[in-house]
Design a protein around this ligand. Structure first.
Ligand SMILES: [Zn+2]
Length: 133
C-alpha cells in the first residue's frame, strides 16, 4: 500500500519537527499533494492515524490540498494545466513531455502545542515551517 509508506515518512518528518520545536502535541498538519502523486486522502489519513497512535502526532488532523498537474510543451514551451490526463498542448497539439509540477508531496506547515505555558488549548499558535534558529 502506497499510502502507508508515505504516511511513515510523513510521520518521521513531523516527529523530527516536533522535537526541534519542542511540541508536546501535534494538532494540524497541512500538506500539498500533486494530483499525479496518486494519493488517496482517506487512505493516507487512515494510515497516518494508525502509525501515529503512540506518538505526539496522535489525533493530529491532516489537511490535504491537491495541486493540479502542470506540464510544459516541448514544442512551444507553453506551461498548461493538465486536465483529464491529457498532456497535449492546447496551443499546438504536441504532447508535453515535461512535467512542471504535480508529483510533489510536501508539508506546508505543522501546528502544535509546546505545553510550555498554560496555552494548552491554543492549537493554532504552533510554528510554521522551520525558520533558522
Ligand atoms: Zn505547444
Amino acid at each position: 500500500m502506497h499510502e502507508l509508506s508515505i504516511a511513515q515518512s510523513l510521520l518521521d518528518i513531523v516527529l523530527e519537527e516536533s522535537e526541534r520545536h519542542r511540541l508536546k502535541k501535534i494538532c494540524l498538519i497541512r500538506l500539498q499533494v500533486g494530483e499525479m502523486a496518486a494519493v488517496v486522502p482517506e487512505a493516507l489519513n487512515f494510515c497516518f492515524e494508525t502509525l501515529s497512535e503512540s506518538t505526539v502526532a496522535k489525533g493530529a488532523a491532516l489537511e490535504i490540498e491537491t495541486l493540479p498537474v502542470v506540464a510544459r510543451c516541448s514544442e512551444c514551451r507553453l506551461s498548461f494545466q493538465v486536465e483529464n490526463q491529457s498532456f497535449l498542448c492546447p496551443e499546438c497539439g504536441y504532447p508535453a513531455l515535461e512535467m512542471v509540477s504535480g508529483r510533489e508531496l510536501s508539508i506546508v506547515s505543522i501546528e502544535g502545542e509546546t505545553g510550555d505555558r498554560d496555552d494548552s488549548d491554543q492549537c493554532s499558535s504552533g510554528s510554521q515551517h522551520p525558520s533558522s534558529e
